[in-house]
Design a protein around this ligand. Structure first.
Ligand SMILES: C[S@@+](CC[C@H](N)C(=O)[O-])C[C@H]1O[C@@H](n2cnc3c(N)ncnc32)[C@H](O)[C@@H]1O
Length: 263
């Protein structure tokens, strides 16, 4: 059993998923300015990477997620921070009264799902007037994240198949995100494309490292043995095209970062 195969569930997400999302979490927090002593809700918080970073900056954070396992892990990580906690919430219908928070954030959360409009509306509802709202989501351009590198390699290898369901990861542009945020009642909306760099733990072993994460994609998990072999070859080539002179894979990642205020 490899260390990668031994990983599962929340520990896998914390180790691998957050490795792609956390640079953008920090970018989102930087864009909010000083957040000490302010109340923050993190929606679809996963294992709490952003929530912990916000608590470290002195905010009182409520991390929420629909997954009980994610919430359990986020709660454990928030224990050292008085005034911060985690609770189960579905972003489509939060059980939270109106105008409770100074700041609402969701990164790679509500914008990743078909119900994203409901999600933004709920974020606006639980934010006090004048409070800040921030979101992030992959730009979806080819290769904007390791998963998108995977999607390109998958499409090239199996042109007639889809790696993930069509309603996962809705497509956005800077203009459509600005319009949608304004429709949800946000003002002062700014959408930027932020960039970061993703390196695997081991460039030589990148396919084996990513395999457990990519198994979450239905198209990949459905492959039979000889198809998996072809896929791994294509994936290794796709990742290696980002290797520097020392053989280190350095993938430039890209996400929309949205900031606005509740009117
Ligand atoms: C890609 S992860 C993002 C986690 C974290 N925000 C990050 O950037 O690392 C997406 C998260 O959305 C959560 N999620 C999916 N559907 C949800 C829903 N309806 N309500 C709340 N959370 C949801 C999942 O459980 C998962 O933790």
């Amino acid at each position: 059993m490899t260390q990668f195969a031994a990983d599962s569930g929340t520990s896998l997400y914390e180790r691998m998923g957050e490795r792609t999302t956390q640079p953008f979490a920090l970018r989102v927090l930087d864009g909010l300015g000083a957040i000490a002593n302010r109340s923050v809700i993190d929606i679809a918080a996963g294992t709490g990477g952003l929530a912990v970073a916000a608590a470290e900056r002195g905010a009182f954070v409520t991390a929420t997620d629909v997954s009980a396992a994610m919430v359990k892990r986020a709660a454990e990580r928030l224990l050292p921070f008085q005034g911060s906690r985690a609770q189960i919430e579905d972003f489509r219908a939060l059980t939270i009264p109106d105008a409770q928070f100074d700041i609402s954030i969701s990164i790679f959360g509500v914008l990743a799902f078909a119900a994203w409009r409901q999600g933004i509306a709920e974020m606006a509802r639980v934010t006090r007037r004048g409070g800040q709202i921030a979101l992030a989501m992959w730009t979806h351009g080819d290769d904007c994240s390791p998963a998108h590198v995977m999607r390109r390699a998958f499409r090239n290898t199996f042109p007639e198949r889809e790696l993930w369901p069509a309603d996962l990861f809705p497509l956005f542009s800077e203009n459509s995100l600005t319009a949608s945020a304004r429709e949800a009642g946000l003002v002062g909306v700014e959408v930027q494309v932020a960039t970061a760099e993703w390196c695997p733990f081991s460039s030589a072993d990148v396919v084996r490292e990513c395999d457990p994460m990519f198994k979450g994609f239905p198209g990949y998990s459905a492959l039979v043995t000889h198809e998996t072999v072809a896929m791994h070859k294509a994936l290794a080539e796709a990742f290696q095209s980002y290797a520097d002179a020392h053989g280190i894979i350095r993938l430039p990642t890209k996400a929309f970062v949205v900031h606005g205020r509740k009117a």
